[in-house]
Design a protein around this ligand. Structure first.
Ligand SMILES: Cc1ncc(COP(=O)(O)O)c(C=O)c1O
Length: 354
C-alpha cells in the first residue's frame, strides 16, 4: 500500500466485481447482464455525428435522458437524477445521506458494505431470516438510512409494496433507499410511492433489463428535495458524470417499450424453465423475481459446482461467505444457454456418480 494513501483508507476492502475472463469464450452467467443486445434504436443514435460530438462535454443536466425516464415512470423531470451506473447513485446516497448511520441486510448487494466503509459510516447489518426473506420488523425498528435491494441480490427474493410501505411508515424521518436493479423481472416498483413518501429514494439501472451494462447508466427517482441534494453531490464530484453516447443510448433504450417488454418476458420464461429443470435435479432454488437464480444442491458442494461448470465453459457466480457458500447465483441467459447449463450439470453429476 502506498505510504501516500490517507490512513483512513489503508484497510479499505474494495468491491470485487464478477469475473470478466478473457482466456476463452464462456457462456457468461455470472454478472447478471442481459443476453440480448441493446434496443435497435441505440445503434441508430450512436452515429458518426454523435461520435464526432465527443469533443464536446456532455449536457451536465442530462435533460433529454432524464425526460425520457420521467415520462416512462410518470414523474417530473425534477424527480430524476442520472448517474454513471446505479452504483454512482448509491455512492451519492451513502456519501451524503447517512449521518444517522446506514442499515442493510447481511446477505445483499456487497457494495453497500464497501460504500459504508469508504465513507466511514457506522452501519447496522441485519441478518436475513433463515429462508433468506427480509425481516421487515427488524428493518422497521432499525436506526439509520435503510438500503434494501428489492428484489434482493443474490437471493432474488422480493418484498411486496405493502412491506416497503410498512418500513417507510415506521419512521417518516428516516430515509429508505430501495435499490431496484432487478425489479423489471417480476418485482413491484416503489416508484409510484415517491409521490406519497418524502423519505423514499428508488434507484434503478439500465444494466440489466435494458441491456446497457457496458454503457454505465443508472438513475434515482425521489422527491425533488432529495434529487436536488444528490445533484449537489454530483456537481461536487463530477458534473459530466454521464457521457454523451450513454445519454443518447439511455434515451433510446427507455423509449423502446416493446423491446423492453419482449426481453424481460423472454428472461422470465427462461428463468421458469431453468428453475423447474434444476428442481427436477434436486436443487433448492429460491423464488427469484430477478434475472438470476440462486440455487444449491445436496449432491455437490457449491464451490465445486462452480469450478466444474467453469471448466466446462459455463461461468456462474459463487460466494464464499458462510451462509451462502453452498449456493451459486446463475444469471438467466437465452433458452439455449440455459439448456447448455442444465446439460453441463447433468454431465457433472454423471461424472461424479451422484
Ligand atoms: C442490487 C444491485 N444494485 C446495483 C447494482 C449496480 O448496477 P450498475 O452500477 O451496473 O447500474 C447491481 C449490479 O449488479 C446490483 O446487483
Amino acid at each position: 500500500m502506498s505510504s501516500f494513501l490517507s490512513s483512513k483508507f489503508a484497510a479499505l476492502e474494495a468491491y470485487v466485481p464478477g469475473e470478466q475472463p478473457r482466456d476463452k469464450a464462456y457462456i457468461k452467467l455470472n454478472t447478471n447482464e442481459s443476453p440480448y443486445p441493446p434496443a435497435p434504436g441505440v445503434l441508430d443514435v450512436i452515429s458518426r455525428e454523435a461520435v464526432a460530438d465527443l469533443r464536446l462535454y456532455s449536457d451536465p443536466t442530462c435533460l433529454a435522458c432524464r425526460k425520457a425516464i420521467a415520462d416512462r415512470y410518470s414523474v417530473g423531470v425534477e424527480n430524476v437524477l442520472v448517474s454513471n451506473g446505479s452504483d454512482e447513485c448509491l455512492n451519492f446516497l451513502f456519501m451524503g445521506f447517512t449521518e444517522p448511520g446506514a442499515v442493510f441486510a447481511d446477505i445483499t448487494y456487497g457494495f453497500y458494505k464497501v460504500f459504508g466503509d469508504l465513507h466511514g459510516i457506522e452501519y447496522t447489518v441485519i441478518p436475513l431470516n433463515e429462508d433468506f426473506t427480509i425481516p421487515v420488523e427488524k428493518f422497521c425498528a432499525a436506526k439509520g438510512t435503510i438500503f434494501i435491494a428489492n428484489p434482493n441480490a443474490p437471493t432474488g427474493i422480493a418484498l411486496t409494496l405493502e412491506q416497503i410501505e410498512q418500513i417507510l411508515q415506521s419512521d417518516p424521518n428516516r430515509l429508505v433507499v430501495v435499490d431496484e436493479a432487478y425489479v423489471d423481472f417480476g418485482g413491484e416498483t416503489a416508484v409510484p410511492l415517491t409521490g406519497k413518501y418524502s423519505n423514499l429514494a428508488v434507484v434503478q439501472t439500465f444494466s440489466k433489463s435494458r441491456s446497457l451494462a457496458g454503457a454505465r447508466l443508472g438513475f434515482t427517482i425521489a422527491p425533488a428535495e432529495i434529487i436536488t441534494a444528490m445533484d449537489t453531490l454530483r456537481y461536487s464530484t463530477n458534473p459530466y458524470n454521464v457521457n454523451r453516447l450513454t445519454l443518447l443510448a439511455g434515451q433510446a433504450a427507455m423509449e423502446d417499450e416493446d423491446y423492453f417488454q419482449k426481453n424481460r418476458h423472454a428472461i422470465m420464461e427462461a428463468r421458469a424453465w431453468t428453475k423447474a429443470a434444476l428442481e427436477e435435479r434436486g436443487f433448492a432454488v429460491t423464488d427469484s423475481m430477478t434475472n438470476f437464480l440462486f440455487a444449491r444442491s445436496d449432491r455437490i458442494d457449491g464451490g465445486e459446482l462452480y469450478t466444474m461448470l467453469k471448466d466446462k465453459g459455463v461461468l456462474v457466480r459463487h460466494f464464499t461467505s458462510a451462509r451462502i457458500c453452498q449456493y451459486n447465483r446463475i444469471t438467466v441467459g437465452t433458452m439455449e444457454e440455459m439448456q447448455t447449463l442444465v446439460a453441463k450439470i447433468d454431465e457433472i453429476f454423471a461424472e461424479k456418480g451422484v
